[in-house]
Write a protein that binds this ligand. Structure first.
Ligand SMILES: Cc1cc2nc3c(=O)[nH]c(=O)nc-3n(C[C@H](O)[C@H](O)[C@H](O)COP(=O)(O)O)c2cc1C
Length: 390
């Protein structure tokens, strides 16, 4: 039995990933901003929600299939955009996209991916989602949106919560860069992670594939790094949804909404769906967990739009709690990243299988047969009471 087969939980995959991935790239995944309060509460707050156990219902012919944005999904999960995934494992975005395609769920490619939009299109056969960071260079952003459209992307995920970076101490201490700098420390790391290094030597994809070669100011590594650092557009606002949507000509999902008022503004300005997200605890440290604010956001806009959620989801039980609180589906970042680090494409497949099985068994033990019927009746309503000191 391989180590991957022995992994029973996402945490087991995380342990394997820690062993296989050089420290700076593992820490990049396993970190939140500043004190990591929000990063930790994303996961911990799921423990505040308890599932109702119902018995003696027919549990034959269970169904996990649903839709997200009208697109059929084999379970209501999409892979979240995760920048630099190709540093977790060589050609990581291609591997994750293939695993997602085989699993029958959407894959989202980050603007800050190592593999390019065209790389994913060439190596998969189903449409994927593209996540957009808006940069100052609007001509470049227009070309990027055009490339996503030309590649057949079926949705654009517009991230609104990262126009400047929440500080992650580990990344600064580790001197994280993509591509990595060959410092003596990093070379020593590679010697103890030879599989990772060997696979990296076998690919030419070592830098931001959606940017390199597509902007004239970024001709080499130094200028590309500088360009990226200075390009995030601080003037991004709700009105920008309009032109982005027009240019793309397909559905735009606004990601990074953590407040009911913002949810209303996103919808009023044309968002086709929203992702309740705090960027996996990587931006505003001290912000609430996403599972905590999900109910009030669903109350505010749930009858007008599809509300998706991400942050802290590590199991099928977590997914079911998010659905019970009104999410139509969830995005998962670290589940994918730990799986990829643990075993490449097969590792992502293993991660998705683990969550799928947990979801199916848990749903059955809740006395439900169809994931589309999960709702508030599946949890204890007093769990949501703010007086419990959430
Ligand atoms: C290593 C890492 C890189 C990320 N890069 C991006 C990105 O490029 N674009 C983006 O919109 N979100 C990015 N995110 C946030 C994820 O899309 C998602 O919101 C978050 O991972 C969800 O939380 P989870 O990891 O607990 O599932 C990143 C998250 C991680 C962990």
């Amino acid at each position: 039995m391989s180590a991957l087969d022995r992994a029973l939980t996402i945490d087991d995959l995380k342990t394997l990933a820690r062993r296989r991935v050089p420290r700076q790239f593992f820490d990049y995944i396993d970190s939140g901003a500043y004190t990591e309060q929000t990063y930790n509460s994303n996961e911990a707050d799921f423990d505040r929600i308890t599932l109702r156990q119902r018995v003696a219902v027919n549990l034959e012919n269970r169904n996990l299939a649903s839709t997200m944005l009208g697109q059929p999904v084999s379970m209501p999960i999409a892979i979240a955009p995760v920048g630099s995934t190709g540093m977790t494992d060589a050609d990581g975005e291609i591997k994750a996209a293939r695993a997602a395609e085989k699993a029958g769920i959407p894959f989202t490619l980050s603007t800050m991916a190592i593999c390019s939009i065209e790389d994913i299109a060439e190596n998969t056969s189903k449409p994927f989602w593209f996540q957009l960071y808006v940069m100052r260079d609007r001509a470049y952003i227009e070309r990027l949106i055009d490339r996503a459209r030309a590649a057949g992307c079926s949705a654009l995920v517009l991230t609104m919560d990262l126009q400047l970076l929440g500080q992650r101490h580990k990344d600064l201490r580790n001197g994280l860069t993509a591509p990595p700098k060959f410092t003596p420390k990093f070379v020593a790391e590679m010697m103890v992670k030879p599989g990772w290094a060997f696979r990296m030597l076998g690919t030419k994809r070592h830098t931001f594939g959606n940017i390199a070669g597509h902007v004239s100011d970024a001709v080499n590594l130094a200028s590309l790094t500088e360009w990226t650092r200075t390009q995030f557009d601080l003037t991004l606002n709700w009105k920008d949804i309009g032109w982005i949507k027009k240019r793309f000509g397909g559905p735009v999902i606004v990601k990074g909404v953590l407040d009911a008022e913002d949810a209303k503004l996103a919808i009023a300005n044309g968002a086709d769906a929203i992702v309740v997200s705090n960027h996996g605890g990587r931006q505003l440290d001290g912000a609430p967990s996403t599972i905590r604010v999900l109910p009030e956001i669903v109350d505010a806009v749930g009858n007008q739009t599809e509300v998706l959620v991400d942050g802290g989801i590590r199991s099928g039980q977590h997914l079911l709690k998010a659905l019970a609180l009104g999410a139509k589906g969830a995005l998962v970042g670290r589940i994918m990243a730990y799986g990829l680090g643990a075993g490449g494409e097969a590792g992502v497949t293993r991660a998705l299988d683990i969550v799928r099985k947990e979801t199916d068994t848990t749903m059955a033990l809740m006395g439900e047969r169809d994931i589309r019927n999960i709702g508030l009746h599946n949890i204890y309503s007093n769990d949501l009471d703010k007086r419990q000191g959430y």
